[in-house]
Design a protein around this ligand. Structure first.
Ligand SMILES: Nc1ncnc2c1ncn2[C@@H]1O[C@H](COP(=O)(O)OP(=O)(O)OP(=O)(O)O)[C@@H](O)[C@H]1O
Length: 352
């Protein structure tokens, strides 16, 4: 039975439960089969598919299978010489060269998707020129509490621990801030927040490839990055700059998300490539970086983000939720394949 279960493959991948060393136990108790799986990434979205697959592989009825899916997400390697942060396992920077391409929207939705899959997720909104995470995550108007000199991140409906530069400062003034001030604020937000066992912390960066990005590469422990672009030539050009930047500072790029790839008319269903077709895909192919998803220009996405109703979007718009889920899962799988950080096994010198 163990062998039959180990041979089960995970949907959309070449991975099997055996190759993932995921099988913890499989016991028959009366008419039930109890199976415990543990992955190096969140996988609760596979509950139904794996229950069916185990049923088919073992001959038990799906109704008699009690499947428990756990995950044990590791701390992965970051740039040399940069220490990891207490309470945060992996930081993922989300960047775009050009503004307005949907970087914040993508960050919010990847975060919600990973949270729905069972991960503990945080979002740090460092987009000083348009801090939109509080709105998109539905926590606008709330303020982080302070305890012992630390900020306690605000928690969204989907359980996402959220900190935003928008909580701390008057953003009308911030637009005239110089790069070093923005970098300082970003570090303060990150290091002075009390993150609660976050598996993946997304940093929603300001657009561009300037000072903040430099701080990120030198002072902040980043596991990997995701780049968002629209298929427009001008956005692609800037996305390419972001790719070059991360390559230069040795931050691995997990992939490119092509946003607003297509508009589907809600009346007639006609699909139109408003910003050109497959530009993100072409860029990903050219730069040898995976394409994580192609998201349509979609009214439900825009409405949900404006109203802070991302959780509802994921519960009701299945096609869109699936796209984000696949992208988020690829992010988690790729992070799991990366080298681990073992520095936490040694006593750490903490500089207060
Ligand atoms: N796929 C999409 N379908 C419909 N609307 C979208 C989509 N992606 C983003 N939007 C909308 O486009 C606007 C800009 O998106 P967003 O704020 O995510 O971009 P950004 O790249 O983070 O911008 P900035 O440069 O200000 O940081 C928002 O109103 C958002 O709701």
């Amino acid at each position: 039975m163990q062998t039959a279960i180990a041979a089960i493959t995970l949907p959309h991948t070449q991975r099997s439960l055996g190759s993932e060393k995921a099988l913890v136990s499989a016991d028959v108790r009366g008419s039930d089969l109890h199976v415990v799986l543990r992955f190096a990434y969140p996988a609760q979205h596979l509950q139904a598919a794996l229950t069916d697959a185990i049923a088919a592989a073992t001959g038990h009825a799906a109704a008699n299978i009690q499947l428990q899916i756990d995950s044990n997400i590791a701390v992965h390697k970051v740039q040399q010489g940069v220490n990891t942060i207490a309470g945060v396992k992996n930081i993922i920077a989300v960047a775009s060269g050009k503004g307005g391409v949907g970087k914040s929207t993508t960050t919010t939705n990847l975060a919600i998707a990973l949270s729905n899959m069972g991960a503990r997720v945080g979002v740090l909104d460092a987009d000083i020129y348009g801090p939109s995470q509080p709105t998109m995550l539905g926590v606008a108007g709330l303020q982080p509490e302070q305890r012992d000199g630390k900020f306690i991140p605000v928690v969204s409906e989907s359980g996402i621990q959220t900190m935003s530069i928008g909580f701390m400062i008057d953003t009308d003034q911030a637009v005239v801030w110089r790069g070093p001030m923005v970098s300082q604020a970003l570090q303060q937000l990150l290091f002075q927040s009390q993150w609660d066992e976050v598996d993946y912390l997304f940093i929603d960066l300001p657009p561009g490839t300037g000072d903040v990005q430099l701080t990120l590469s030198q002072k902040i422990p980043v596991t990997a990055s995701v780049i968002v672009t629209t298929p427009q030539d001008i956005a692609l050009l800037d996305a390419r700059k972001a790719v070059d930047m991360f390559n230069k500072v040795n931050i691995p790029i997990l992939g490119i998300v092509e946003n607003m790839a297509m508009h589907v008319c809600s009346n007639c269903g006609h699909a139109e490539a408003i910003f050109g077709s497959d530009g993100g895909k072409a860029l990903a192919d050219k730069l040898n970086v995976p394409l994580l998803a192609q998201l349509p220009l979609s009214l439900p996405i825009r409405e949900a983000m404006d109203a802070g109703l991302g959780a509802q979007l994921h519960a009701q718009e299945h096609a869109i939720a699936d796209l984000y889920q696949q992208a988020a899962w690829q992010v988690a799988l790729k992070v799991a394949d990366m080298g681990r950080d073992f520095s936490g096994r040694f006593p750490k010198i903490v500089v207060e």
